[in-house]
Design a protein around this ligand. Structure first.
Ligand code: NAD
Length: 445
């Protein structure tokens, strides 16, 4: 679904003007369709000396039916993805390996290509020199994300020692078209007991999921994708959205729960619903959210309170109720933050406070959830094409779309795919992460 500028910029006249004037050039992004291969094309896997992950990455990709090359063949054939194991880079001199490996091959990355650099979390490194070199990888991947063109993306995945066998779901996600709008991100995979799904096309078979704010926009897309992945989805929204909610639930073969999550009895009603009708819940997605923008000096108390109540306090209260035994072991809680919660935004002190709070909630709950194999993570969407963003004035809307490496808005499905990766049983080591789904927006870190 290309926006108007994107269509113009790919027309013969548009292409010439874009090149001459140095305007943003948004490439059409390829997105996953059911039945697509994990990667359509060859993947080049390289490694610094003594890397501990190249062999595992190769085995995962080969097992997923991907054709892996370990040396670039002669000629100019393009790669669908390039994976580099940088865990052997133990001091700054060895950072030269990045240049040596990538410089000759980076221009052979195909359209919508993927680059994944695997590293060791600096906090797990043996000494200061190794920690310094591993931290340096962030600068490399974030810059490369800004250089690669034609819809390509770049990520850094830090894999803790002991987590080597738990990276399949993460590698499969970032190497595939499912991560079309995620770029320049730094992801952590920790050691955990991982049970990989029997069927990667339906990893959530037999699981029950709750999606709040599911009647439209991003929430509806999340409900659709979790159902695609096999979950039985309970779609929650306010009674006023009842008709739209029922439509979504019918489409995904799920059920509805109509309530206002800020109501005092909402957490107890949700917990009771899942305990009685489903015997528990496996995946909870806190997607419901509201905007009440005003600069602080003009913001009344109601605007402040209502945003904090929906976007943050309700999530905390629902978590408290579900963590009393309703969330099953191996459960997944996923918060929806925003790049405004990372970078701040004009007129959004209330919204950004609530969305930064979501990040705080995720990071502080993660260690205790890990004890029974559960996880909590957040997505931080950037500019996503929904009713909400369609109402933004034209100039601001164009800035939101173009000021990112991919130079376009994302789709609700892009946020949903990232949430589906968190929800995957194979992602047990992915805990406490905040991944921006923003096409590497220039807003935020
Ligand atoms: P949307 O307004 O289209 O959908 C939000 C849904 O939440 C609506 O269906 C609404 O009825 C529901 N909701 C609101 N208050 C509720 C309450 N008290 N109880 C139950 N349901 C309630 O918004 P969207 O664009 O789809 O955004 C979804 C989430 O993504 C929000 O948390 C939003 O802050 C976040 N987000 C969106 C963007 C974007 O670009 N669209 C960017 C960053 C973050």
């Amino acid at each position: 679904m290309a926006d108007r500028y994107q269509r113009f910029s790919t027309s013969p006249l548009g292409r010439t003007l874009v090149r001459k004037l140095g305007l943003p050039s948004p490439a059409p992004l390829r997105r996953h369709r059911p039945g697509d291969p994990v990667v359509a094309g060859q993947v080049l896997v390289g490694s610094a000396e003594d890397g501990r992950l190249a062999k595992i990455a190769t085995a995962i990709l080969t097992g997923a039916g991907v054709e892996v090359l370990t040396t670039p063949p002669e000629g100019d054939a393009r790669f669908a993805a390039i994976v580099f194991d940088a865990t052997g880079i133990t001091d700054s001199a060895k950072l030269q390996d990045l240049h040596r490996f990538f410089q000759p091959v980076i221009r052979r990355l195909g359209p919508c290509g993927r680059v994944i650099v695997l590293g060791t979390p600096p906090s797990d490194c043996a000494d200061t020199k190794e920690a310094t070199a591993q931290r340096a990888l962030e600068g490399f991947t974030r810059s490369l994300g800004k250089e690669v063109k034609r819809g390509a993306t770049v990520q850094l995945v830090y894999v803790a020692p002991g987590a080597e066998d738990g990276i399949a779901s993460t590698l499969r996600f970032f190497v595939s078209d499912r991560s079309a709008f995620v770029s320049g991100q730094v992801v952590h995979v920790g050691a955990a007991e991982v049970s990989e799904p029997e069927d990667w096309e339906r990893p959530l078979a037999g699981k029950t999921a709750l999606v709040t704010g599911a009647s439209r926009g991003i929430g509806a897309a999340i409900a659709e994708l979790l159902a695609r992945d096999g979950a039985s989805v309970v779609c929650l929204d306010v009674p006023a959205q009842g008709d739209e909610l029922a439509e979504v639930a019918n489409r995904v073969g799920g059920s509805t729960l109509q309530l206002d999550i800020t109501a005092l009895d909402a957490p107890a009603r949700i917990a009771e619903h899942f305990a009685q009708r489903h015997g528990g819940v496996d995946v909870v997605v806190h997607n419901a959210g509201v905007l009440r923008d005003k600069t602080l000096g003009k913001m009344d108390e109601q605007r402040w309170d209502s945003v904090i109540a929906v976007n943050l306090s309700a999530q905390e209260r629902i978590n408290d109720a579900l963590l009393g035994g309703v969330l099953r072991p191996g459960g997944r809680i996923i918060g929806v933050s925003s790049i405004a919660g990372i970078a701040g935004n004009f007129g959004q002190t209330n919204y950004a406070t609530s969305k930064a709070g979501v990040i705080g909630m995720v990071q502080s709950l993660a260690p205790s959830l890990a004890r029974n194999g559960s996880t909590i993570n957040a997505v931080a969407p950037g500019f996503i094409e929904t009713k909400m963003t369609a109402s933004i004035p034209l100039f601001t809307r164009e800035m939101g779309r173009r000021l990112s490496s991919l130079a376009q808005g994302g789709l609700p499905v892009d946020v949903a795919e990232t949430i589906a990766w968190y929800a995957n049983p194979g992602s047990a080591g992915v805990n406490g992460n905040v991944v921006r789904v923003c096409g590497q927006s220039l807003l935020g870190a």
